[in-house]
Design a protein around this ligand. Structure first.
Ligand code: ZN
Length: 487
C-alpha cells in the first residue's frame, strides 16, 4: 500500500510518542509544518522535509513549568537556559501573589518582589506593556502570566496592615480585569507574605469571582504550610468556592507541602482534605521534587529544627552556601538573629519529609512547577533540575509513577488546568512544542552545592516548531510567545 505523502518541514522519525494524555507510549513519526504538528503516525512520507532520527528516544509535548517567578528574567535574559535545558517550553509567571507588571520601585525592590529582579527591571505601566515587552524579547520559551494579589495590594492600598476597603477592592478589581482582558491566565495570591497577610477572605473572594467569570484560574500560596495547614487549605477552598454566580474559580494549590518537622507525615491528611474538596469544586496542585523549599530569608522560619542553607545575602554575600546554624554559631547569636542580619536575602529550607513529597508528587491532580528562583546567585537546584528529576529519579529509578503519568503531569494536565489552548499534547493541530529525550539517560545534575548544571538526556527541544535546544546547547533562533488565556 502506498501512503499519501504530506507536506511538512520536519519529521521526527522513529521515536516513542508519549502524547501527554496519560496513555501508553506508541511508536510513531511526528511531522511539523510551521509552528504546528500536522501528522502523527507510522512511516510518514514528507518529501523534502528535514528528517530527525529520534529512534530510541521519547517524543513528548514540551514541558510546562506551571509555577515560576520568571516574570522579568524572560525579558532580561531571554535565552532561558535553566528551563529550555530541562525540556520546558512554557513557563507560567506571576505565582505566589508576586507579579511584576505595573510595579515600580524608587529605592530597593521590596520583599518578596526582589525574587523577580532588580529595580530597573520593573518597567511596565500596564499589563499590555508587559505583554508587548515579552513579545519583543522573544524568549526561548513561551510565557504565560498570572496577576499577583500582593502586587495589586501594593498598587491600591494605603495601608498594607489591614484588609482592603471597598474602594480599594474596586481599584484592585479594575486592574485585574484590565490584565485579564490582555490575556492574563488568572490571579495568584500569597497571603504567606507580608504585603498580603492582612488580606481577609472577602478581599480575595471578590478577585477570585472576577477571575471565575473571565474563565481564569486562581493559584494560592496558602497562609500556612506548617501546623496551621488545614485551616489555610480551608481558607483557599472558601476563597475559590465563594466566588458566586459564575461558579467556583478553578483553584491550584501552589507547591503543596507539609512544612516543618512537627508537620511531617501529614500528606495523607492534606491530600484527603483536597480529595474531599474536589467533590464540590475544581482543585489541582503543583509541586517540585525536592525536600527543601526556597524563598526569602525570614527569621520566623528559623525554628532551630529545619536546616537552612543561605543562597544569597545582600549585606553578607560571603555567606552564600553556608548553613544558618553555622553562621549563627560564628556570630554567637541565635538563628533568628543571624537571619535578621542576613536580610535581605534568599535561603533553602529543608522542611519537608521525603514520604510526604512523594505522596503529593504522585497524586493524580498534581502538576510539576519548579518554583525556581532565577535571580538567586546560588539557586535551589529545582531551577535547573525539577523536570528531569521527576522523569529520571522518581519515574525511572524509583518507579514512583509511570513515565506516561509523569509526562502527563508536566504537559497535558498542566495545559488543561491552566487553559493553555493548543499546548500540552502531541496531536494533529497542536502547536509544535516538542521535547525529545532519552528515557534511559534523563536525569537532573543540579545539586545544592553546584546548582547551575544542565540536566542529562534532553536531546532536542522545539518551541513553536523551531529547534530551540539540541546536543546540549541552545540554537541560534528563539521562538517563544506570550500565551494568552484561552476562553
Ligand atoms: Zn510560593
Amino acid at each position: 500500500m502506498v501512503k499519501d505523502s504530506i507536506t511538512a518541514d520536519i519529521v521526527l522519525r522513529g521515536g516513542l510518542v508519549i502524547d501527554g494524555g496519560g496513555g501508553e507510549g506508541f511508536a510513531a513519526d511526528v511531522a511539523i509544518a510551521g509552528d504546528t504538528i500536522v501528522a502523527v503516525g507510522p512511516a510518514l512520507d514528507a518529501p523534502g522535509a528535514r528528517v530527525v532520527d529520534v529512534s530510541g528516544l521519547v517524543v513528548a509535548p514540551g514541558f510546562i513549568d506551571v509555577h515560576t517567578h520568571d516574570d522579568l528574567i524572560c525579558i532580561t535574559q531571554p535565552d532561558m537556559v535553566p528551563k529550555i535545558s530541562q525540556g520546558v517550553t512554557t513557563v507560567v509567571a506571576g505565582n505566589c501573589g508576586i507579579s511584576a507588571p505595573l510595579l515600580r520601585f524608587d529605592d530597593a525592590v521590596a520583599e518578596p518582589f526582589n525574587l523577580l529582579g532588580a529595580r530597573e527591571d520593573f518597567a511596565y505601566d500596564t499589563f499590555a506593556d508587559y505583554r508587548r515587552a515579552v513579545e519583543a524579547a522573544t524568549p526561548r520559551v513561551n510565557v504565560a502570566a498570572l496577576v499577583g494579589h500582593s502586587a495589586l495590594r501594593v498598587l491600591c492600598l494605603d495601608d498594607l496592615e489591614r484588609p482592603a476597603t471597598t474602594a480599594e477592592r474596586a481599584r484592585m478589581d479594575a486592574l485585574l480585569r484590565d490584565a485579564l482582558d490582555e490575556g492574563a491566565l488568572g490571579l495568584s495570591s500569597g497571603v504567606f507574605y507580608a504585603p498580603a497577610w492582612a488580606a481577609d477572605v472577602a478581599e480575595l473572594q471578590g478577585l477570585a469571582a472576577t477571575v471565575a467569570a473571565a474563565g481564569g484560574v486562581y493559584t494560592a500560596h496558602i497562609r500556612d504550610e506548617r501546623e496551621g495547614i488545614i485551616e489555610a487549605l480551608r481558607e483557599a477552598f472558601q476563597v475559590a468556592q465563594g466566588a458566586a454566580e459564575s461558579g467556583p474559580a478553578p483553584l491550584i494549590l501552589s507547591h503543596h507541602k507539609c512544612a516543618g518537622v512537627r508537620n511531617w507525615g501529614r500528606a495523607a491528611e492534606t491530600l484527603g482534605l483536597i480529595d474531599q474538596a474536589r467533590q464540590r469544586q475544581p482543585v489541582h496542585l503543583d509541586c517540585y521534587p525536592y525536600t527543601a523549599g526556597s524563598t526569602i530569608i525570614r527569621p520566623d522560619l528559623a525554628d532551630g529544627e529545619v536546616e537552612i542553607l543561605i543562597n544569597w545575602s545582600e549585606p553578607h554575600p560571603e555567606m552564600g552556601g553556608r548553613t544558618l546554624k553555622s553562621i549563627a554559631e560564628d556570630w554567637a547569636v541565635s538563628e533568628p538573629e543571624a537571619a535578621e542580619r542576613l536580610q535581605p536575602g534568599g535561603a533553602s529550607y529543608f522542611q519537608m519529609a521525603e514520604s510526604d513529597m512523594r505522596a503529593i508528587l504522585s497524586h493524580p491532580c498534581c502538576m510539576i512547577g519548579s518554583d525556581g528562583l532565577p535571580h538567586d546567585t546560588l539557586p535551589h537546584p529545582r531551577l535547573w533540575g525539577a523536570f528531569p528529576r521527576v522523569l529520571g529519579h522518581y519515574a525511572r529509578d524509583l518507579r514512583l509513577l509511570s513515565l506516561e503519568a509523569a509526562v502527563r503531569k508536566m504537559t497535558g494536565l498542566a495545559a488543561e488546568t491552566f487553559r493553555l489552548k493548543d499546548r500540552g499534547r502531541i496531536a494533529v493541530g497542536m502547536k509544535a512544542d516538542v521535547t525529545v529525550f532519552d528515557a534511559d539517560a534523563i536525569l537532573d545534575r543540579a545539586t545544592y552545592e553546584a546548582p547551575t548544571q544542565p540536566a542529562a538526556g534532553i536531546a532536542h527541544v522545539f518551541v513553536n516548531g523551531l529547534l530551540a535546544w539540541t546536543e546540549g546547547g541552545p540554537t541560534a533562533g528563539r521562538a517563544g510567545r506570550f500565551l494568552r488565556r484561552a476562553n
